[in-house]
Design a binder for this molecule. Structure first.
Ligand code: XMP
Length: 511
């Protein structure tokens, strides 16, 4: 175990991921955690992350010197590097020369930390203060214009640090530097893999559940499917999955659950056909937020009713949730509490149905969840599928949602997705919504006659995390095939348009 101490910037998660990429398990802890508590977890090493503050600013988080006396290996990054220097008696000052972004660094003495990396490195920096003199016992390894001491190490005490951010991709040899620290200075062994995770979680789930019954809501998304597959591997038919078919799915999506999930895992699946209920509740509604609220509300109602029914048949004590590590870290959780008793509404369930939670993915990042899914035998088509919003196609019909409009959109959507896959572009595109402008009509001509149909909008985007996105430059030939096929094959559509707006200012979805 490696602990990454979070000093309050966005970097801690990235560092934890990079450590795991080096096949060493890591977790994030807040800087407010007392050092004794960190040491009690018996980490092989502790990494101090970057942070937004200056080490000598009032109220800036400090590092307890007990950490460096404990004998546990430690690595400081940016703020963590300066904090280490300051605590151990080095000289940290404002340089007058701030460095942001790509910065050249000259390696004077590679030591263990920078062994084999180029003598002239381009790295990602973000600092106003700098270390001017390393603490006693440290060898200075590198310098930049604004950072007289840009890297140091004390191999005997197993301490090291760098001023730059080795965890970001723009830093040359970043992963190599991290691995030198982990393997060559801290003595970690890179043997953590997703297969270990499966074995470990299966064991944990068996212990937690015993012979009790477990329920899981499948959304059709990756997280719930992988969580359920893991639990299914652990306890087999003590697990029941519920899939609420709200009628707002794309063509084939509900079948995919049967084909890709049930067939592979053998899980008992309860499919609830709630199309009439959802469409009834959505009738006459055009406001996007209203649609979202209604779908959310109806989902909880349906799931609740099903949970009650199943609970009457076999008393259910546990509920599986596909919570991921970023959610845990962001809600201030962190230190691996995996059995939270939920006395209050879990996902909106009523108080008198009381479940304990099983969250087998709560220590994993999204890419690790995907690897786990593959390791569990789930097909790539499920594990690497594009994100699809919970409210489904209801927020891709601009205007009222009706069964007829859903059918039109489904037909157009299927054509677009099929052509994207045929062109081999699925992995390059983050998401490819098709939007039906149901209240707009335009004049066209087809065959010998005038048409008065609806437009659809193609919205292919690239993105890394959906927070920002760019419109995807799909090849003209692919766009042409999609356009021709949609107007030929879907009667009600006589115009196909392309959305070339990035996010911001647009969003990915139209509603
Ligand atoms: P926007 O449109 O805000 O979407 O750029 C960002 C990402 O979130 C998805 N999305 C939703 N997912 N419920 C969901 O589960 C929603 O109400 C919802 N709205 C948007 C969207 O598909 C994209 O991946």
């Amino acid at each position: 175990l490696v602990l990454v101490v979070d000093f309050g910037a966005q970097y801690a998660q990235l560092i934890a991921r990079r450590v795991r990429e080096a096949k060493v398990y890591s977790e994030i802890v807040p800087h407010s955690m007392p050092i004794e508590e960190m040491l009690a977890r018996q980490p092989k090493a502790i990494i101090l992350s970057g942070g937004p503050q200056s080490v000598y600013a009032e109220g800036a988080p400090r590092v307890d010197s007990a950490l460096f006396d404990s004998g546990v290996a430690a690595f400081g990054i940016c703020y963590g590097f300066q904090a280490m220097a300051q605590t151990l008696g080095g000289d940290v000052r404002r340089t007058g020369l701030r460095e942001f972004g790509r910065t050249p660094v000259t390696v004077s003495d590679a030591g263990k930390l920078l062994a084999g990396v180029p003598a002239d490195l381009n790295v990602w920096m973000s600092h106003g203060d700098a270390v001017h003199a390393a603490p006693a016992g440290f060898a200075v390894l590198a310098a930049s214009e604004g950072a007289p001491v840009a890297a140091f190490e004390d191999v005997d005490r197993r301490l090291a640090g760098v001023q730059w951010h080795p965890e970001v991709l723009h830093s040359q040899a970043g992963q190599a530097v991290l691995e030198h620290f982990l393997y060559d200075i801290a003595g970690c062994v890179g043997d953590w893999t997703t297969t270990n995770v499966v074995d470990e979680q299966v064991e944990l789930i068996r212990q937690q559940v015993g012979d009790k019954q477990v329920l899981c809501a499948l959304s059709g998304g990756v997280d719930s499917a992988v969580a359920a597959a893991l639990v299914s591997r652990a306890i087999g038919d003590q697990l029941t999955c519920v899939y609420v078919d709200h009628g707002l799915q794309r063509t084939g999506e509900s079948d995919q659950i049967e084909k890709d999930f049930v067939a592979v895992t053998g899980t008992r699946l309860e499919v609830v056909d709630a199309e009439d209920q959802f469409l009834g509740a959505l009738a006459g509604v055009t406001d996007p937020e209203q649609k979202r609220k209604i779908v959310g509300r109806e989902f909880i109602r349906t799931f609740e009713a099903t949970a009650r029914k199943l609970d009457a048949e076999r008393h259910i004590e546990f509920l599986v949730q596909g919570t991921l590590y970023p959610d845990v870290v962001e809600s201030g959780g962190g230190a691996g509490a995996s059995n939270i008793k939920s006395h209050h509404n879990v996902g909106g369930l009523p108080d008198d149905l009381e479940f304990s939670l099983i969250e087998p993915l709560r220590t994993l990042f999204k890419d690790e969840v995907r690897e786990l899914g593959v390791a569990l035998g789930l097909p790539r088509s499920l594990v690497y599928r594009h994100p699809f919003p919970g409210p489904g196609l209801s927020i891709r019909i601009i205007g009222e949602v009706t069964r007829e409009r859903l059918d039109i959109l489904r037909a157009a959507d299927l054509i677009a997705r099929t052509e994207l896959t045929a062109a081999g572009l699925d992995d390059e595109i983050w998401q490819f919504p098709i939007v039906l402008l149901a209240d707009v009509r335009s004049v066209g001509v087809q065959g010998d006659g005038r048409t008065y149909g609806h437009p659809v909008v193609l919205r292919p985007v690239t993105s890394e995390d959906a927070m920002t996105a760019d419109w995807a430059r799909l090849p003209y030939e692919v766009l042409e095939r999609i356009s021709t096929r949609i107007t030929n094959e879907v009667d009600e559509i006589n115009r196909v348009t392309l959305d070339i707006t990035s996010k911001p200012p647009g969003t990915i979805e139209w509603e």
